[in-house]
Design a protein around this ligand. Sequence first.
Ligand code: PLP
Length: 398
Amino acid sequence: MTTAQTTPQTNAIHAGEARFVSHHSLTVPIVQTATYTFANTAELIAYQEDKMFWDVPERVEYGRYGNPTVYAVQAKLAALEGADDAVLVSSGMAAITNTLLIMLSQGDHFIITEDCYRRTRIFCSSFLARYGIDCTTVKPGDYDAMEAAIRPNTKLIFSESPTNPFLRCLDYPRLVDIAKRHNLKTVIDGTFGTPINIRPLDYGIDLVVHSVTKYLAGHNDLLAGCAVGSFAMTTPLQQAQGVIGAMVDPHTAFLILRGLKTLGLRMAQHNANGLAVARFLEDHPKIRKVWYPGLESHPDHALAAASMTCFGGVVSFEVESDGPGASCFIDALQIPHIAPSLGGTESLVEQPYIVSYYDVAPEDRLALGIRDELVRLALGVEDTGDLIADLAQALEAV
Ligand SMILES: Cc1ncc(COP(=O)(O)O)c(C=O)c1O
């Protein structure tokens, strides 16, 4: 395994990969197997005696317990986040649900911030409640409410940062201070940030989860998730993988490795597109409001500017219209596709109220700030000028 690289860009290319692999292959082989063979019974018995039951050993006996192509992705993700280890799973939601299931027990309470991916909040408020695990939702940025929500049985604080869709950014030192004083664990969904823009573990956060589907894999062509942290945090999750079974198949792991090679390059373009488009929209008369942490007008700009190297490729904004203006604008776009998700090479656009909140009563989604005119634009890596020209022509339709 290579160890000399230190910058995220170089780690994304080399870290986690053996310098010399079978058949003199430069790339990590796809070990496409469900199970692993033993030469004879004596070898199997030696393996059973050698292995620590839950460790990830040099070799494994069955695909649900491990795979060499998956190990390479995990090692690369760990290097990128500056962590001991990573656990790769079949989706971002699997990373979140497994993490919460493993870290919490019946009778526990935890805190989650309001502006989080809706499926995460549904899991917290509906699914976990059935197992006797309670959660309190607080507004991002309201640290007094966060501290006031802590109970004797509170075990952890979960948040995204930047959040979805309003790109709120957490004050990690403040969050970690609260958590440490109350002996709580902290888990951050870092999907929107990526380790190129910010590494929460560097601030003392205990565990970072990602939807690898998004920037990390980066090509809108697969689903995966990961949890990254110290061995103390990841070992229980690795162990649970063998039981829960949310594995990533070896071919998908190879595609993630391939995607990660260009993470630094891709993030540079996502970041550049995000900032340029946010500035363009902020100055446009047909745009009411823009949320992007790189803009001085964003509530967390100072915090983001002090902690993030760049601000990502997602821009949320309200179109100046009380009618179908946002839909007219979206339908007139020629480059972004209308689709959920973010972080891939292709720009994607959506109205959150239709994609994520269509089954929610208008008053409930309005309470979360999800207005009909709200648009979430997830910029890909297309040319900045082409994107801005497309936005400009589409805004004429409003
Ligand atoms: C911030 C965030 N976390 C987690 C997820 C879930 O990831 P996945 O779709 O890979 O399950 C999403 C999906 O959109 C997301 O935006």
